[in-house]
Design a protein around this ligand. Structure first.
Ligand code: PLP
Length: 427
């Protein structure tokens, strides 16, 4: 590749191109050499935990258990649906998106739409953007946001963008949200965010506690229940609570359904709240219309919803592998936060998390990030059994390496990525 052309491309835009062009790399030696040069291990900077969405270079040894994705990917029916509708991609078409929404509406016994914009279910390209919009629309009054600590950083980050006070209430020792403390956090609350199961701990807040929050919250305030990982838990969902309350529930296809790259998620709320969210969405230019989800993704989502065995089968696969690893941790005297019902768990690595993550990366095991509230823990996503076997070997090896003296890790900054999408590994 000639230098002038190389200079024309910023490193970043080149890396975006390279994801699509990795096949070409093998047949163009100079191109492949540059790809190597740009590979994540050679980038320098930070603790190796950074990354931008969509910039992947394949490391054949990499085990990616960092972003709570599902290693199984889309189900067989979802893949078949994508192949089937691909040829129709030349036409604008709302039929597939409408079917995804009506399938979900029916499964959960929600009221059917009586007119345009009157439904309880809205389809978004993932639930992350929908979460931002739910937070923005709930904070228009300028009143406060209350969240758990540690929890998924996207909600407090959206609150900060709205320039409101964000109250971070520590979780109970069980990992459940402390509802009493949340209600008392301020006398000026507009919005509560409950992530259930909670990211990064995987722990549950009982539905009875969410009901108690709804009953005792200030009039007009909104409770957002993020159920991105709820399929992994046998507990009851909060979806039915949206009918009579100011509650927004978020669901995603990125986790149990294995469709993180395909981008689909639901916002479930009564039509008045949906309308308020759509107003903010338009203002934020985030494209919340049904056309924001492609027909391929919508068809894959519908096929996933219609599979009666998919959730139970995948929940069991995940729980079996998770418990296998945690038993191994118990036997070896490693400590971790108990109670995860999700596809991830928090492990105590007895040193700053980013320091341990770097050791694991050198072993080709890409683990999750570290939250400021749990600085000596790393979040581990449950991969396949084979991936977790590799994880266990590397974990033991890295754990036995003596931690660096505090003086040499004081400069380490904890990773500040606020969402999985923002964090996606470059491997
Ligand atoms: C708690 C939580 N909510 C929302 C999301 C957003 O996911 P997506 O935008 O892929 O639906 C994530 C992603 O990991 C998450 O962990």
């Amino acid at each position: 590749m000639n230098n002038d052309f190389r200079n024309m491309l910023s490193r970043r835009s080149f890396m975006r191109t390279i994801g699509a062009a990795s096949v070409a790399a093998g047949s163009l030696p100079a191109f492949a050499a540059f790809a190597q040069d740009a590979a994540p291990g050679r980038r320098g900077g930070g603790m190796g935990n950074g990354g931008d969405f969509g910039e992947r270079v394949v490391d054949p040894l990499a085990v990616v258990i960092s972003s709570n994705e599902n290693p199984l990917g889309p189900s067989a029916d979802a893949r078949a649906a994508i192949a089937k509708v691909g040829g129709e991609g030349g036409r604008y078409n709302r039929q597939y998106q409408t079917e995804t929404i009506s399938t979900f509406t029916e499964i959960y016994g929600l009221p059917k739409p009586t007119g345009r914009g009157e439904g309880y279910v809205a389809l978004y390209p993932g639930s992350g953007g929908a979460l931002d919009l739910a937070v923005y629309s709930s904070l228009l009054s300028g009143k406060d946001l209350v969240v758990g600590e540690p929890s998924y950083e996207q909600a407090p980050s959206a609150g900060a963008k709205m320039n409101v006070k964000v109250h971070r209430v520590p979780l109970l020792p069980s990992g459940a949200y402390d509802i009493d403390a949340m209600l008392k956090a301020s006398d000026n609350i507009a919005c509560f965010y409950v992530c259930n199961p909670n990211n990064p701990t995987g722990t549950m807040t009982p539905k009875s506690e969410i009901v108690r929050l709804i009953k005792n919250k200030p009039a007009g305030s909104v409770v957002i229940v993020d159920e991105a990982y709820h399929h992994f838990s046998p507990d009851e969902s909060s979806i039915d609570l949206v009918k009579d309350n100011d509650v927004i529930v978020l669901r995603t296809f990125s986790k149990i359904y294995g469709m993180a790259g395909l981008r689909a998620g639901f916002m479930i709320a009564k039509p008045e709240l949906q309308a308020k969210v759509r107003m903010v969405g338009t203002a934020a230019g985030t494209g919340t219309g049904m056309g924001a989800v492609s027909i391929s993704t919508a068809a894959a989502a519908t096929a996933s919803l219609k599979d009666p065995n998919l959730i139970a089968a995948r929940r069991k696969i995940n729980a079996d592998i998770r418990e296998n690893v945690l038993e191994w941790m118990d036997k070896n005297g490693y400590s971790y936060m108990k109670g995860s019902q999700a596809n991830f768990f928090q492990v105590d690595v007895k040193r700053p998390g980013p320091e341990f993550s770097k050791l694991m990366t050198a072993e080709h095991i890409h683990i999750g990030r570290t939250w400021k509230a749990m600085p000596n823990y790393c979040r581990i996503t449950v991969g396949t059994q084979d991936e977790m076997n590799k994880f266990m070997v590397a974990f033991k090896k890295c754990y036995e390496i003596a931690p660096l003296p505090a003086s040499s890790t004081a400069h380490l900054d904890f990773v500040d990525h606020y969402s999985e999408l923002d964090f996606a590994r470059n491997v």
